[in-house]
Design a protein around this ligand. Sequence first.
Ligand code: GUN
Length: 287
Amino acid sequence: MAATIIDGKAFAATVREKVAGHVARLEADHGITPGLAVVLVGEDPASQVYVRSKGKMTREVGMKSVEHKLPATVEQQALLELIDRLNNDPEIHGILVQLPLPDHLDEQRVVNSVSPAKDVDGFHISNVGLLGTGQKSMVPCTPLGCLMMLREQHGDLSGMNAVVIGRSNIVGKPMAQLLLGDSCTVTIAHSRTRDLPDVVRRADIVVAAVGRPEMVPGDWIKEGATVIDVGINRIEVGEKTKLVGDVDFESASQRAGAITPVPGGVGPMTIACLLANTVTACCRANG
Ligand code: GUN
């Protein structure tokens, strides 16, 4: 049986519609416009594309979008001062510093300089700790989008075997925390995991977030499992470049019960969740 294709693009559009409704009510009832500031350091082409797309969608749902572009050579102190100004700006409710940062900057220090209440990425150590202890926090956008798709697909995830492949702070670790919060039995697999194919074959839910093109072949997937592919990898096919995930979609979709495509799966949900987090931050800031 061919898998159900989970349409992240369509789902993200419904999330953005809800966000737009919320933004309109905040404006009409309280005269408040949620504001999102995105900070981009350097000229990384992929980051530039993401930042442009975030700005466009922020404006489309009626929120204020501010972009700060800094040269790759910016000194850490100047970046920290900008973040401090944004932390104290009452018109800004969410702050996102696009990662990765150039090597001379201390990424952890920069991330932790964002006010936890405005940390719409959920990367500040306070938010990481709150999520890890099951308390109300800002939740990282990509894992949040994945969780929303899984809940939409299954309703209750309780008792399911979930395998997260990848242990990054941005996706793998928070994804595992969210699945645990929904009472899944969670395994985090990574580059040193022994017998990875067997680990993946036991999973009812597979979340692949390693950044290696098509590394998960279809025969690792349990019949009927749900596969969430976080990878966005650019590969050369002849003269052209093509976007592929971390999962071999062709073969995996023959065995999975449901699977996200690349592109059009997790990617659009990430931005929709960023907008939703900004509204949440705005509502919390205004009681
Ligand atoms: N770079 C890749 N993914 C992300 C993300 O979710 N947030 C930020 N700030 N940078 C990223």
